[in-house]
Design a protein around this ligand. Structure first.
Ligand code: TRP
Length: 459
């Protein structure tokens, strides 16, 4: 254990895992997914998946990691033996692909920070047109996403308990406070209440398979589940940590930030007369409007500050994504950490190039004829995140239920939480992992495959 490094204490782990969870998924992806999928109805389904399905899966992932004390592949292999390592490999590949496009979006956020603080973005007026131009311009994107990957690599090189634990301690609460301040301000704007209604009053007619499917993918993505990030982080904690309460804290922090992001964005959307179905540009188009209204100086400070914090939130997430393949190569292949980090960072950056160029810069990547004319970035996000993460969660549940066995998991959790055994939480976690998650996630996966490739829907 000691030679692999580890979190300095319980708070360090919870903050790092919450830092992994809170990111672009909460502030960029959640609002636009909710906007496209019926607002409040999406929120409701997302909350259901988060607390009922994802929380137990998070407990499972962390337990696997702590029991085995290895990377995602090594952990499955050590506990399950034989071919179970494949589950870990699958997760590692998903992590690489997710980071490849995540880093591109993080580059946009970084660019927005600079353009708002030091450039003339707030004088643009038409922020939709600006966003379109900005993401199609590969010059800026290339530089900023390289910067982002380099900063990520720098931190990952330094190992687990380096600066990031300390940074999270200050940055996460600051992000929270800025969010609340902006929400209060945005609620006073004209027509803001239409946004609140859209976001908080569910309309049952909006419930369809597409909403359920998006909410499920979002819940996994936002909590960093389904690909071994929390197995890897779990391998760095001590036996006396209480996994069940740590996981609950991580889940609640993550959900709160997503919820607040929605509460900020939708009133703005409606008060600016925009449409909530805008898609991936939503946050980048709507937020500058509020900063512009604050006047040139205050807008620069608050707006720049907001995007800077978004970059920090994204950074604690890219770190966790990079750590997964790094831990694999260091643990399994005994390669030196530093070299592994830099080579992987360069490799993943290259893998991300088509995604970067898929926002209008290169037509062939921007509209894939074999994928409904969607962009390459959409393709990677759907395949490796929306589809693969819930599948990864499904397979992990099957692994625990039929290979590792829930009583072994309970024993592992019991190390840091003696009252766990026999508790209601244990029963809940076990029912979800042995029955609910495999069935629900399995059905969702089969349905997705059928509808994507054969245009058949079971529901
Ligand atoms: N959860 C992060 C977000 O919401 C993204 C992320 C970090 C992630 N690590 C992950 C997603 C691992 C899936 C798997 O922005």
């Amino acid at each position: 254990m000691a030679s692999r490094g580890g979190f300095s204490n319980r708070i360090g782990f919870v903050l790092a895992a919450a830092g992994s969870a809170v990111g672009l998924g909460n502030i960029w992806k959640f609002p636009y997914e909710a906007g496209q999928n019926g607002g409040a109805m999406f929120l409701l389904v997302y909350l259901f998946f988060t607390f009922i399905i994802c929380y137990p899966i998070m407990v499972g992932e962390i337990s696997i990691g702590r029991r085995a004390g290895k990377d995602a592949y090594g952990s499955y292999k050590k506990i399950g033996g034989g071919r179970w390592g494949i589950l870990g490999l699958f997760g590692i590949i998903c992590g690489v692909m997710i980071l490849s496009f995540y880093n591109v979006v993080a580059g946009w956020a970084f660019g927005y920070f600079l353009e708002i603080s030091f450039g003339s973005l707030l004088k643009e007026g038409d922020f939709g047109a600006f966003f379109g131009r900005y993401t199609a311009d590969y010059g800026d994107n290339f530089i900023f996403s390289i910067c982002f990957m380099i900063i990520t690599a720098f931190i990952v090189v330094r190992g687990i308990s380096g600066g990031i634990e300390k940074a999270s301690r200050i940055l996460m609460p600051t992000l929270f406070i800025i969010l609340i301040g902006l929400i209060i301000y945005s609620l006073t704007l004209e027509n803001a209440m239409d946004g609140v209604r859209f976001y908080l009053l569910p309309d049952p007619s909006k419930l369809n398979i597409e909403t359920i499917y998006s909410a499920l993918g979002q819940a996994f993505f936002s909590l960093s589940l389904g690909m071994g990030a929390l197995i890897t982080y779990g391998s760095y904690i001590d036996k006396n940590q209480n996994i069940a309460t740590s996981a609950a804290m991580i889940t609640v922090m993550d959900v709160s930030v997503a919820f607040l992001a929605g509460l900020l964005i939708f009133p703005l959307v409606f008060s600016q007369g925009q449409t909530p179905t805008e898609g991936p540009g939503l946050v980048f188009v709507v937020l500058p409007g509020i900063f512009e209204a604050m006047g040139p100086l205050v807008g620069r400070i608050i707006g720049g500050g907001f995007f800077l914090l978004l970059c920090f939130a994204a950074l604690t997430s890219t770190i966790s994504l990079l750590e997964v393949p790094v831990a694999f190569l260091v643990d399994e292949k005994k390669l030196p950490r530093k070299a592994v980090v830099w080579i992987l960072a360069a490799f993943i950056f290259l893998v991300g190039l088509p995604s970067m160029l898929s926002q209008g810069a290169v037509e062939a990547f921007s509209s894939l004829s074999w994928y409904d004319d969607k962009s390459f970035l959409d393709f990677v996000a759907e395949v490796f995140s929306d589809i693969s993460l819930p599948l990864g969660g499904c397979l992990m549940s099957i692994f625990i239920a039929y290979r590792w066995k829930t009583y072994n998991m309970s024993e592992e959790i019991g190390n840091g939480y003696p009252a766990y055994k026999g508790s209601i939480i244990e029963k809940f976690v076990n029912v979800v992992i042995t029955i609910l998650a495999p069935i629900m996630l399995g059905l969702m996966f089969i349905n997705t495959m059928l509808s994507k490739f054969f245009e058949i829907s079971m529901f």
